[in-house]
Design a protein around this ligand. Structure first.
Ligand SMILES: O=P(O)(O)OC[C@H]1O[C@H](O[C@H]2O[C@H](CO)[C@@H](O)[C@H](O)[C@H]2O)[C@H](O)[C@@H](O)[C@@H]1O
Length: 273
């Protein structure tokens, strides 16, 4: 896979898109403790020195930033509905200081209201946890007794009946609630490419790495554009629009390290001639 990506990206600018949970950090029971390792952080920091890099997550932007803590990256939180560029602007695109984009701001009061209602209605289900991701919500059931999963889903669906402008999708042991607007991680990828000045370029090579269903929207966009590659992180074979797969975050780190090493050697080669 590595060689194929290097071959296909020849003469093009690689742009990296990285999902967070299950891609940069291992899946754990408590969503508040999904830390990334120091080595992973160091790897992503080096990666961003060579390639424009964005984190695209279902989490709210502030929360994912607090886990990653690298100011030089782009962040697209709430499944891409909340985007912000590096505080000091991008070294890859002059004049891109403070790229900020928010899709669905009008839904914020509704999301808050539903959050409170879901916290109230799920408090009798041991292990259930409602996470407020600002533009969307997550109802976690990883720590709920399996016998209670369908009951919990019914509770969530009954709350959502009163909110036809919100939709329900499913992630990894999590029910995700978000506005029915046409915005997803794929749209966020396109927005970020545009912000970086690659809107109609043929010499760009986006690489998107993710483990979840919501990442499929980004894999599809890459297939439709015929640009770059999607890489699915999964231990099991899955129906996917990604072109390649890695099994777990440690393999993601190895792949990113190889990319950095390859680019570093290419730079050294150039500076010798
Ligand atoms: O787009 P992502 O960055 O992958 O975010 C998707 C969801 O990730 C988090 O939940 C998942 O990871 C948790 C920590 O490992 C795990 O406990 C949970 O079961 C997983 O579904 C996050 O907490 C959610 O809000 C995100 O939507």
């Amino acid at each position: 896979m590595f060689e194929q990506i290097i071959d296909a990206s020849k003469g093009k600018q690689i742009v990296m898109f990285l999902d967070y949970d299950g891609t940069l950090s291992p899946i754990v029971d408590d969503p508040d403790r999904a830390f990334m390792s120091k080595q992973m952080r160091a790897t992503v920091r080096k990666l961003a020195r060579f390639f424009p890099t964005a984190i695209v997550s279902g989490r709210c932007r502030d929360k994912v930033y607090n886990f990653v803590r690298l100011a030089e990256l782009y962040y697209a939180g709430s499944h891409g509905m909340d985007i912000k560029g590096p505080a000091k602007g991008s070294k890859y695109k002059k004049g891109s200081e403070g790229v900020v984009f928010q899709a669905g701001s009008e839904f914020l009061p509704m999301i808050d209201e539903v959050y409170k209602e879901l916290v109230e209605k799920t408090k009798t289900t041991p292990g259930a946890k409602v996470e407020n991701n600002k533009f969307c919500l997550s109802v976690h059931y990883r720590c709920v007794d399996e016998k209670k999963w369908s009951g919990l889903a019914q509770v969530v669906k009954s709350v959502l009946k009163a909110y036809p402008k919100l939709r329900l999708t499913q992630g990894r042991k999590v029910l995700e609630i978000r506005p029915t607007i046409k915005w997803d991680k794929g749209k966020a990828l396109e927005f970020l490419l545009e912000s970086l000045g690659f809107a109609n370029c043929t010499d760009v090579f986006p690489v998107y790495i993710g483990d979840d269903r919501t990442d499929e929207d980004a894999f599809k966009v890459l297939r439709e554009r015929g640009q770059g590659f999607g890489i699915l992180v999964s231990k099991f074979p899955k129906d996917t629009s990604a072109s390649y797969s890695l099994q777990e975050p440690t393999q993601v780190m190895d792949f990113l390290q190889r990319l950095v090493q390859w680019k570093r050697l290419a730079f050294q080669g150039q500076s010798r001639v």
